[in-house]
Design a protein around this ligand. Structure first.
Ligand code: ASP
Length: 347
């Protein structure tokens, strides 16, 4: 089989830092020197081309970066077998989720990764994350088809579906989780691909198209005991907001008090979409289970099922950007678009 060709895109984050030998401070690493830094990469049957953005800490990521990434992948799609995106860990799940919605007719791997320790520090987790992400992006079957033709996130021995992942630890090297969907691959002595859980290549497969219209009129409102009516009403009345991700308790529960529900009814009557996701790191919203969930359903709140907050926010930006009717928008929210929510049988 011919050597795989990978485009390595560096956007910023901890993975791109190394210690300056003279000063001992962290300075940006030039990924164009990747083979000199990691000669072992030459042992992979992969050609790596590098594209570097002006590095930013991922706390400064905006949807503009997602559009640039989508355009770069589209413009280089035909020339490469896979793409590896190096990204700061803090918002990596948001960016990876966004790209999962924005890339259409995707048949090649797009693997996000980063690290908790800079790549130029001896004990870095970045070296393994980088090398394995490249290996996964290049992996093809005997017929030359990509093994993981979807947007994914690789971290510490596990490959996750991008829009199922969340950063869960600021300290552990094992920083990401996918509580509601199994890993797409697990890495030990060899890479074990969990084939039944990997999305099939999309059809048609010849050209990648991208959706770059994202509507950032989205807010996250997290409820907590002690939340008062004036504060809740203020949180719902954000000027320009078109959709709210409401982070509720447990299986999608919230106070049953009339002021709470009528505040929601009013905002929904104004045309704002409210999607219910759980504050728990795993499990699903079920608004039929308790009175505290039913109140939300009757107020017109949409169930986010087992969506992560990251996937809910980015899916809303993508769906609102398509400027569909309210009915069509709600339909798109209820259905999985890119495997971000589990099917009916799950509920
Ligand atoms: N603050 C960094 C970032 O997200 C952290 C990291 O990369 O791990 O860009």
């Amino acid at each position: 089989m011919k050597r795989a060709s990978i485009l390595l895109i560096y956007t910023g984050g901890t993975i791109g830092m190394k210690t300056d030998a003279a000063t001992g401070t962290l300075v940006p690493f030039d990924f164009n020197g990747i083979y000199e830094e990691f000669p072992s990469l030459r042992r992979l049957a992969v050609d790596i081309e590098v594209s570097q953005f002006r590095p930013i800490d991922s706390s400064n990521v905006t949807p503009e970066l997602w559009v640039r990434l989508a355009e770069l992948i589209r413009d280089n799609y035909a020339r490469h077998d896979g793409f590896v995106v190096l990204h700061g860990t803090d918002t990596m799940s948001y960016s990876a989720s966004a790209l999962s919605f924005m890339l259409e007719n995707l048949c090649k791997p797009v693997v996000f990764t980063g690290s908790q320790i800079p790549i130029g520090v001896l004990r870095t987790d970045g070296r393994e994350n980088l090398i394995t992400a490249i290996e996964i992006a290049a992996a093809r079957d005997a017929a030359g088809r990509a093994l993981v033709p979807e947007v994914s996130l690789y971290f510490q021995n596990r490959l996750f579906r991008a829009n199922r992942s969340s950063k869960r630890s600021a300290e552990e090297l094992n920083a990401f989780r996918s509580e509601n969907y199994p890993p797409l691959a697990e890495v030990g002595v060899s890479i074990h691909y969990n084939m039944p859980f990997i999305r099939k290549a999309e059809n048609p497969c010849d050209t990648l198209s991208i959706s770059t219209e994202l509507d950032a009129g989205v807010a996250i409102v997290k409820i907590f005991p002690g939340l008062s009516e004036p504060i809740f009403r203020a949180m719902l009345s954000i000027p320009g907001v078109k959709a709210i991700v409401l982070e509720t308790y447990g299986a999608g529960n919230a106070p049953t008090e009339e002021w709470f529900l009528s505040a929601l009814r009013e905002v929904i009557a104004r045309g704002v979409i409210v999607v219910n996701v759980t504050q728990c790191s795993g499990g699903s919203v079920s608004m039929d289970l308790y009175e505290t969930g039913m109140g939300l359903r009757n107020a017109g709140v949409v169930s986010g099922h087992d969506l992560t907050t990251e996937a809910a926010v980015t899916k809303l930006m993508y769906v609102l950007g398509r400027k569909k009717s309210r009915e069509e928008t709600l339909d798109m929210l209820k259905q999985p678009i890119k495997g971000e929510i589990s099917g009916e049988q799950f509920f």
